[in-house]
Design a protein. Sequence first.
Lengths: 487, 487
Amino acid sequence: MTTAFDLLRTLARERAVVASAASVIGWDQETYLPDDGHSWRADQLAWLSEKAHELGTSAAWGDALAATEAEGSAPALAAAMRREFDRATKLPGELVAREAVASSLGKQAWAAARKTSDFAAFAPHLEALLAIAREKAERWGYSAEPYDALVDAYERGATAAGIATLFDALQPRLRDLAAAAVERSNNRDAKLPAGPYPIAAQQAFNAEVAASLGFDFKAGRIDTTTHPFCTTLGPRDVRLTTRYDEGDFTSSLFGVMHEAGHGLYEQGLPDAEFGLPSGDAASLGIHESQSRLWENHVGRSRPFWEKWLPVAAKHFPQLAAITLDDFLAAIHRAEFSYVRVEADEATYDLHILLRFGLERRLVSGELSVKDVPAAWNESFRDLFGMTPPDDARGCLQDIHWSMGGLGYFPTYTLGNLNAAQLFAAATSRPEIATANSKADYAPLLGWLREHVHARGAVPTPAEIIEAATGSPPSPEAHLAHLKSRYL
Amino acid sequence: MTTAFDLLRTLARERAVVASAASVIGWDQETYLPDDGHSWRADQLAWLSEKAHELGTSAAWGDALAATEAEGSAPALAAAMRREFDRATKLPGELVAREAVASSLGKQAWAAARKTSDFAAFAPHLEALLAIAREKAERWGYSAEPYDALVDAYERGATAAGIATLFDALQPRLRDLAAAAVERSNNRDAKLPAGPYPIAAQQAFNAEVAASLGFDFKAGRIDTTTHPFCTTLGPRDVRLTTRYDEGDFTSSLFGVMHEAGHGLYEQGLPDAEFGLPSGDAASLGIHESQSRLWENHVGRSRPFWEKWLPVAAKHFPQLAAITLDDFLAAIHRAEFSYVRVEADEATYDLHILLRFGLERRLVSGELSVKDVPAAWNESFRDLFGMTPPDDARGCLQDIHWSMGGLGYFPTYTLGNLNAAQLFAAATSRPEIATANSKADYAPLLGWLREHVHARGAVPTPAEIIEAATGSPPSPEAHLAHLKSRYL
């Protein structure tokens, strides 16, 4: 007998087929698309995205979901799907279309404004995007403030007040820690041997490392882009991208380890549940925990380089000239910088705290758009002790707001905290700690598969962390990690 | 005022968006898809193909077409669209689905049967595909015999009787010419210097050549596949593929020149008409004329190598050791071989004549499936004077029948004939002949753009050839070309 739940799964599968076809188009757009192909490609992407949205908000879907709830099969999954369906259907098509246009114009205006460091040219777009974000929040509903509805779209269960409490407590501790780490780095001269590090050798080395972490190249690959990302084109097809700097092989390597962290998560989700919350990543904060864990906790650790520095030296002969200690000092260098994406582990979260503070006040209306540059610079001085030389290296540096992505930023720091907490819990097991000390990461991956990947998106992020580590989410492991590495 | 024709164009544009998204998926499948991704990718492709078919056969489309005919705008284009629409709607969905399954199973069975040279294992699939082809022919309708309806899908206006008359007249002349060319080659020892020809150098050289022919890399690119092809992913996005043999750089080069010929045609179709017959290639026989023209008439000519052999020698230093005459002798070598895709220009068409004769008799029922291997070998002996050692190198060598592609083969030889006739007409103009003699192909491309590319698929293939060359399609230019090159 076909149950309502079977029908719902069939509908979800069709939507996943269409949505993942859009991902193929999007991937090609970033990797191989010739210059003149962009406008047609955008039409293909728009058609597929609209069709996927239409399928996921259809009356047939609503009926099948209601019937699934009534028959009582898979209640937790049905509840997750109800939440998703209500979220999607609460926004009228007209608003979704308006947002797509505003976000597309916003991105263009932002890219131009950043080039000339002209915030005033971007401001009207940010106003429009803010108004749309507030309208979405009103339609979705929230308990305390509109920002709650926005952040919940990226990190289920997170609230502005909860994040603020966490970040406020973190701020002085992170600031002191970062200042001390920077001072310590300044007293030590540590540099990688000069390039060139040929791209072909970087590609070979990166692939060797990614495979050793468990990234499955039968179900994925690595290509080249300007902005690295990870995208999933099907249940067994995960694409990583990176970019190359011939002067520094660690740039593409840590990029690949970061994206491979995302990719290992995607490859670890249950294939048969693809397109359902039970086969989907839990949240951005959980996704980022996987990328940060592999990039920072594994990739910048001593045991990793005890094994891999000699291998790297085979690909890049100039590395024979550097000791392991000097190499580690070079990759653990901390310094205050203006740009988030160039920041090191020790200073990164300060960039996020700043953004969260501003965007929360923007959404509530407490901060007006025209005052963003001044507020940014003031907050930057407070946290970093220096003033951005221009808005291009200040409030115009990130793409997120220009796409209407308000509520996205805090998930980066939540990811860092989750990464440290998960890594500490995993390595409290002697068999994992022992394997890690030999740069054998199969036990670590096995633990993550079981405690994070296999769980999908039915439990909340906080439930996943608590079940995996035995404690609710907390910043202590992250602070302890930074202290031990940087001080 | 919006006319019915405007509406029809809008509908056609949407179908083109969807169909070209399927092409992106198909391209990725052949180039970059990781092994485990195939089954999901097939589902994406099936969904998109079905959706494109649905859009192109919808009641809305039919109504808009009828209204366009009634309002009398663009009558020639409307007639071409009527023909396409009737063809598509005459086949019930059930038959289309049945054909897709039979063709998918057929391909699998063929691949396995070819490996073990086991025709009996493939025979039931060919029976099923033949029955479906006959059923399609009955539904489409034909004047003389069912084969007419099938070949017309690839080559508008072609008929079995017309092709047979042409091929019957060609056969003795081609056979004698091929035999003489083979004998002449056997008396001359001409070989390329030994490899390796590094792949990176081949890629650089091929790209340089393709760009010099006029292939626009802002609107296209070249990637690597097992089976070279050209596909169009949007009005300004044409993808070529090739494969590399480190022992022979001419293999990928002529492959790229062949595919670039297809690509130049696609890039030359009117962008604004993409998805309409006025923006579509006229037929397979016209498409193949473009690939053969650039591969053979240009790429294997003396003036081309006068310019490019010294350039090639910069990429591949071993070429400094060969004279232009010896090089030309090597690339003009003729020999009888069992496999069509390895055949040279002088013997190629004999392979096609054989296939046309067999498939025409298969469709009419004159030849039964079980007798195919014997009939193949008999015909092969008659044309080539030798017997295939097994069916893998005989009647099982090609994929076409296993996909139900009956009526496809003759378009290869029609393409050769058209190529020669077009090239002769173009080079009868002194300014084109002079430019060609200096390996400057801009005037030639300009002529093809005007007389072939810009015309789309509204005129028939025969009309295009006659208007471009001043004479109806004829084999004389091809025979004259082969004679002058090989004898």
